[in-house]
Design a protein around this ligand. Structure first.
Ligand SMILES: C[S@@+](CC[C@H](N)C(=O)[O-])C[C@H]1O[C@@H](n2cnc3c(N)ncnc32)[C@H](O)[C@@H]1O
Length: 363
């Protein structure tokens, strides 16, 4: 009797009948168990996949992304971590922050330099230029926006100030960009949109919410801007649960875009070109990543706006003098786009109000 009981227990445990009747339900459960087990294993050790758009910023080789599940070594509330691997370099990211494709993992800026960049925007302008001279790595037009205080203020008033130059405001600007992108999107199967220098994601969120694109990549140099963008995206959960649009935040340098040649249908750069330290590199890179027929929509300022700003700030030592590129004329901007690779006849530039330049061009 005891032996038969032991054998029953053993057969139930092993899931074999061994001459005893085991109901079909038990057999199905065992199969289901196996399936669940293998799903769980897949989840824990997701197979690395090549990203169709992203590339190593240094070598432009393809990147394979692997994901470490939050279940491994953490609670279910912890973040997924991503490893992006090219044959030459490794990059990292987390689901709660961004994919860092500015530099290979482990080659972060020194703490001293990061601290310097954070503190400089808080220093009064006349002292700021003297201090910036002490640190060769500080590039004002790029690093002004790495300050958490600027990132905090950006959508809380800073951006509204652009109306004085003739900017219509984010809602209308987003509509203008999406209308221009529509024909290139209509021809595309994968509908990839890049929001370059997205800052706090004010346009990234509008583009993603529109449901018009399969993938939206919000990209910026500034980690504090991207963290603020992430916070604002998480406050709109529908952006993260959308089945139609994949949304990524990427840290990068526009002068070394971590994307494949001919991989992007449309690239938006709102109020950003005047902030890019190497405009020639940026324009060649934008041209390179756009698909043939892909479209670029950008807004920027004519330098007359900064002249007014400088006078208001009390002279040429103000932060605008240090922080921005100057575009004296529309012709200057057209020349820049042509140098980047765009055909002159595919470029349309208009000026709104005093100094808001709107650029539309097709590759
Ligand atoms: C004035 S904000 C524009 C934000 C937003 N697109 C808009 O329309 O309001 C300029 C942005 O350019 C980013 N930026 C500066 N240098 C950059 C670079 N080298 N690569 C990418 N982004 C850069 C800054 O971090 C900042 O977030």
């Amino acid at each position: 009797m005891m032996t038969r009981f032991k054998s029953l227990l053993l057969s139930l445990w092993l899931g074999h009948s061994q001459g005893l009747s085991v109901s079909p339900v038990t057999a199905i459960n065992s199969n289901q168990l196996q399936a669940e087990k293998s799903k769980l294993l897949d989840l824990l050790q997701a197979t690395p996949k090549e990203d169709p758009v992203l590339a190593d910023p240094l070598t432009k080789e393809s990147l394979t992304i692997s994901t470490t599940s939050p279940f491994l070594g953490g609670s279910r509330y912890s973040r997924q971590t991503f490893t992006l691997q090219s044959p030459s370099n490794t990059y990292r990211g987390t689901s709660g922050t961004f994919l860092d494709l500015l530099q290979p993992a482990g080659e972060d800026n020194s703490t001293e330099s990061s601290l310097f960049k954070t503190v400089v925007p808080l220093i009064p302008p006349p002292l700021r230029s003297a201090m910036a001279g002490m640190n060769d790595e500080y590039i004002p037009m790029r690093d002004l926006f790495t300050s958490p205080s600027v990132s905090f203020a950006y959508e809380r008033g800073w951006r509204q100030g652009f109306r004085a130059a003739g900017f219509p405001g984010p809602d209308q600007e987003a509509e203008m960009a999406m209308a221009y992108f529509a024909p290139s999107m209509a021809k595309s199967d994968d509908k990839v949109l890049v929001d370059m220098s997205c800052a706090t994601g004010l346009f990234t969120r509008r583009f993603a919410a529109s449901g018009k694109y399969s993938r939206v990549l919000g990209c910026d140099y500034s980690d504090s801007m991207l963290l603020e963008a992430g916070r604002r995206i998480r406050a709109e959960p529908s952006l993260l649960t959308s089945k139609s649009t994949k949304l990524d935040l990427i840290r990068l340098d526009v002068g070394r875009i971590p994307m494949k040649d001919n991989s992007v249908d449309a690239l938006h750069a709102g109020a950003a070109m005047h902030c890019w330290p190497d405009l020639d590199a940026a324009m060649s890179e934008i041209y390179r990543v756009l698909k043939p027929g892909g479209r670029y929509f950008a807004t920027t300022f004519l330098s007359s706006y900064f002249g007014n700003l400088q006078r208001a700030e009390g002279g040429a030592s103000g932060p605008s003098k240090q922080a921005f590129q100057y575009f004296g004329s529309v012709e200057e901007i057209r020349f820049l786009l042509v140098s980047g690779g765009f055909q002159r006849e595919n470029i349309v530039i208009e000026v709104l109000g005093n100094a808001c330049v709107v650029i539309r061009c097709e590759k």
